[in-house]
Design a protein around this ligand. Structure first.
Ligand code: PEP
Length: 252
């Protein structure tokens, strides 16, 4: 059965000390809650990963980077390689987030390198896709997301593809307080699963965890997560408060 995943994306928030406190608080709440069937991931800044990994129980909490370099190593000042991320104890890496595509020029070509390096280093990519508002208004979201997938992770072998998770995040819903309707989210995730089935076969499609992201919170998560194709969430703002995040983790 495919995994249910609730992944926090802290973005550029918290100091190391604040992050460790937040991670400990999430750990404590998850330990008390009945959330055994959910893979909980904290996507922290690079600087926090080692400390957060040490502060949590690895059987309850996984830690992710929010990015990794497109090169394996070498003279790339300021970059953090997939091997470095792996060496911290992180298990996942968020790749292709719309903020990285938009503000840091991440193209499909760059993302292909990052995904390949993440997989080669044993990290689970949480690969983000999703359309801007203008594309949704023109009703071209399906074609747009299809191209995003075809240019990147659909180039992988079925074996490698089956190691990653996908997060569909309509850009117009990220950090805006506007959530895609349950129907819109389910429709797109079912569409993505259909594309995966066409490309890699039904068995791979059925095993792929596809998450929804975009103003997901403890209030709307139960309805979203009840949909047949929604296997969890990638959570921004609501992952910065332990109680709010727990409310989403326990939404199943
Ligand atoms: C995100 O940036 O991945 C995200 C889903 O943010 P928010 O939950 O704040 O909309």
């Amino acid at each position: 059965m495919r995994k249910k995943i609730v992944a926090g994306n802290w973005k550029c928030n918290t100091t190391v000390q604040e992050g460790v406190e937040l991670a400990k608080a999430v750990n404590e709440l998850v330990a008390k809650a009945d959330a055994k069937n959910v893979v909980v991931v904290l996507g922290t800044p690079f600087t926090h990963i080692t400390s957060v990994v040490s502060a949590v129980d690895a059987s309850l909490i996984n830690v992710a980077a929010q990015n990794c370099a497109a090169e394996a190593k070498g003279a790339f000042t300021g970059e953090v390689s997939a091997a470095m991320v792996k060496s911290t104890g992180a298990t996942h890496v968020i790749l292709g987030h719309s903020e990285r595509r938009e503000y840091y020029g991440e193209t499909s070509e760059i993302l292909n390198k990052k995904v390949a390096l993440a997989l080669a280093n044993g990290l689970t990519p949480i690969y983000c896709c999703g359309e801007a508002l203008s594309i949704r208004e023109a009703n071209e979201q399906n074609a747009y997301v299809k191209t995003q997938l075809e240019e990147t992770i659909f180039n992988l072998s079925a074996e490698d593809f089956s190691k990653l998770a996908i997060a569909y995040e309509p850009i117009w819903a990220i950090g805006t307080g506007v959530t895609a309707s349950t129907a819109q989210a389910q429709e797109m995730l079912a569409y993505i699963r259909g594309l995966i089935a066409d490309k890699f076969g039904k068995a791979v499609a059925e095993e792929t965890s596809i998450l929804y992201g975009g103003s997901c919170n403890a209030k709307n998560a139960p309805e979203l997560f009840a949909q047949a194709d929604i296997d969890g969430g990638l959570i921004g703002g609501a992952s910065l408060k332990a109680e709010d995040f727990l409310g989403i983790i326990t939404a199943y």
